[in-house]
Design a binder for this molecule. Sequence first.
Ligand SMILES: Nc1nc2c(ncn2[C@@H]2O[C@H](COP(=O)(O)OP(=O)(O)O)[C@@H](O)[C@H]2O)c(=O)[nH]1
Ligand SMILES: [Mg+2]
Length: 213
Amino acid sequence: MKNPNDPNLIPTAATTALRYRTTCFFDSVNSMAQLPPDTGWEVAFAGRSNAGKSSALNALTGQRQLARVSKTPGRTQLLNFFQVEPDRFLVDLPGYGYAQVPDAIRRHWRLLLERYLRERVALRGLMLLMDIRHPLTALDRQMLDGCAHRLLPAHVLLTKADKLGRGAARMALQQLQKTLKTDYSGASAQLFSAPTGLGMDEALAQLDEWLGY
Ligand SMILES: Nc1nc2c(ncn2[C@@H]2O[C@H](COP(=O)(O)OP(=O)(O)O)[C@@H](O)[C@H]2O)c(=O)[nH]1
Ligand SMILES: [Mg+2]
């Protein structure tokens, strides 16, 4: 457990519950066999490379460098487990859609991701991150299809909402919500911005619900 007074914590994230502030790295996993025991509650974070997954994980936990924020996309090649408390995890999934990855490795990720999503009992919900300027790519749809298939709830964070004006951001959200309603009724969506904190409370409430708090 981390010291909540650690200087690495982001002081502005005052609303972040203490349980997330003390989240710490647990393990990196490259195969189904390496997964922690399938006994608890976990929420996975998925999205295209560069969608803002690491930034969101850091912002939601109020920690500067829990997950590594990268300007070079495609680096996170493993399932990274972060422990909120014993048996409760946030899982950073490999970013998808990155072109510069050898086919064999891409295939390995895809199969691992598919099996994890399909078989993991501890998995209670999927946070799907999409850059608000490029929402709902073919791979995003595949993730939502996978969730629908096993009735796993999904919640979309439209990231980098600060890059658009308020009206444009709201329109992008409404449009996405309309599509979700017809194509993926088990999925919800919200605006999110790591640097401004927009949507933080809503996202944390969703985590609380899925992790059984
Ligand atoms: N303006 C803005 N930039 C963001 C936001 N989230 C992430 N970024 C930037 O987008 C880039 C990719 O972010 P990162 O968290 O590493 O994405 P990941 O590959 O999905 O983990 C970095 O340069 C971040 O600083 C956001 O909400 N707003
Ligand atoms: Mg990342």
